[in-house]
Structures are given as structure tokens and as C-alpha cells.
Design a protein around this ligand. Structure first.
Ligand SMILES: [Mg+2]
Length: 264
């Protein structure tokens, strides 16, 4: 029996941070029209998607990347941008959680809803440049292609399956992932629900499965099942998260050693 290799999508297969930043910033200035972030050299306005270089050189993109691992949901991007606008330093999860607890629940709900509207509008207005904001982690895709015979490859993601399929196709690895091996939020709210679903589908033992995610809390959740867990150190995390993952007993991989760590 081959191993089952279940992969998170954003931050493992796809570097979607530039896209998340553009959508997050557009949503933020829609909800907070007086925001000082509006006046910055903007990747945030207009119908067209900016190019990758514009996003990566944006004055607050670096700060956004640092805060991103501390959040979970779309509205957390609003929290991150608020902190950046206010010049608040949020060095760890406790500081982030305390800051987040001061946010109005209605504002958070509105941010969440608008975020997905803004994303859909951007995708519809400028699909080609929108897609270019989500580059693949090519060295990891090369590993998957080389090792496709050694594991059943699956995706376990909160992204919608339509977007996942479109990007897998654009990355040229569509055929590595059969249709019933791509699980999105419809298959359950938690990553452990996804892994249970796959375990039943393949009729394998949990210890014959490996799960790769760039978020430590997702690994903690899945490790309780007895699944081998690995942090994608190339994704949306920092040394702070890598230390937590090591302490919890997860593998911590980078693009140079992931093939050896996952496949021996
Ligand atoms: Mg992720």
C-alpha cells in the first residue's frame, strides 16, 4: 500500500500571499475609507490586478507577511492591516490574540464578506494577472512529480475546489491529483476531518498517512489522529512557528530537504 500524502494548498503548493495581500488591502480601504494605507503607493485600487513586482515592493507587504501566520481567517487580514496602520507591534500569538479580541464582531463579519466579494470581482475583472499573483512553489512541485508513484497525492484545503483545480492546471500538475483526492471546505471544517475522510477512502491506517501544512495548529489537530505531520517551512510561517512545530514533534521541512524527509 502506497503512503497517502495529503497537502494543504496555500503556503504549500501555491504562494498565494501576494494575492491575499491585494484582496486584503482592497477590502480594508473599502471598509475604512479614511485609512492611511490608502495613500501608500497602492496595490489596492482599480479593476486590474497589479503585477507581482508591484505587490512585493509595496511598503507594507513585508509587515503583512510577518503577521499573516498569526491569523486564520479572511478577517484576520483586516486585523493585520489595522495593526500595521496603527504601528502596533504584535510579536507573538498572545499579543495578536489580545489585539484581535478588541475588534468589533460586526466589522469582522463585514470584512470577511467583503473580502470574498473583492476577490471574486478581481478574478472576474482581470483573471490572467490575478492568477499570476499565485505562483507555485516549483521545487516542491518537482518533488511531487518525481515521487508521484510513491504516494497517493491529495489536497486538503479551505480554498474552494474550483480555484484549486484551476491553479493545479495552470501549474501543470493537474493530473497528479484525481478529482476525489481534492478536498475543500465542503469535506469538513477541520483538517482532521479531511484526513479522516481520506483514511476512509483509502482504507489505510492513519500512520500510513503524511500531512503537510504551513500552519502549526493544523498539524497539531491532525497529529492527534496518529498521522505523520510535516511543516512546510517554505510557506507562511517564520522561525517562531518552526520552533513550535519542532517542539510538538512535527517534521520541519524546507524545499531542499523535503524530498528526503517525506520519502526517505
Ligand atoms: Mg496554508
Amino acid at each position: 500500500m502506497r503512503r497517502v500524502l495529503a497537502l494543504d494548498f496555500d503556503g504549500v503548493i501555491s504562494n498565494s500571499a501576494p494575492e491575499a495581500f491585494v484582496v486584503a488591502l482592497r477590502t480594508f480601504v473599502l471598509l475604512r475609507s479614511g485609512s492611511s494605507l490608502r495613500t501608500l503607493a497602492s496595490a489596492g485600487e482599480g479593476d486590474a490586478a497589479p503585477d507581482l513586482e508591484t505587490v512585493e515592493s509595496h511598503p507594507v507587504y513585508g509587515s503583512f507577511l510577518e503577521l499573516m501566520p498569526l491569523g486564520n481567517r479572511a478577517e484576520d487580514y483586516g486585523v493585520c492591516l489595522s495593526a500595521i496602520e496603527a504601528g502596533r507591534s504584535l510579536p507573538d500569538q498572545d499579543a495578536y490574540d489580545a489585539y484581535r479580541s478588541g475588534f468589533d464582531a460586526d466589522w469582522m463579519r463585514a470584512y470577511h464578506a467583503r473580502f470574498y466579494e473583492v476577490r471574486a470581482a478581481l478574478c472576474a475583472a482581470d483573471p490572467i494577472r490575478w492568477q499570476r499573483l499565485m505562483r507555485p512553489y516549483q521545487p516542491f512541485l518537482d518533488v511531487l512529480r518525481r515521487r508521484a508513484a510513491d504516494a497517493a497525492l491529495c489536497v486538503a484545503t479551505a480554498k474552494d475546489r474550483g480555484s484549486v483545480r484551476r491553479l493545479l492546471r495552470a501549474y501543470g500538475v493537474d493530473e497528479l491529483f484525481p478529482e476525489d483526492c481534492v478536498l475543500d471546505k465542503e469535506a469538513g471544517v477541520s483538517k482532521s476531518a479531511h484526513l479522516v475522510h481520506l483514511q476512509q477512502k483509502f482504507g489505510c491506517r492513519f500512520d500510513a498517512m503524511t500531512f503537510v501544512d504551513d500552519k502549526v495548529t493544523h498539524l497539531d489537530d491532525v497529529a492527534r489522529l496518529g498521522v505523520r505531520c510535516a511543516l512546510a517551512g517554505w510557506g507562511f510561517n517564520a522561525e517562531r512557528e518552526r520552533a513550535l512545530a519542532r517542539a510538538a514533534g512535527h517534521l520541519v521541512c524546507d524545499l531542499g530537504d523535503v524530498e528526503a524527509q517525506l520519502f526517505g
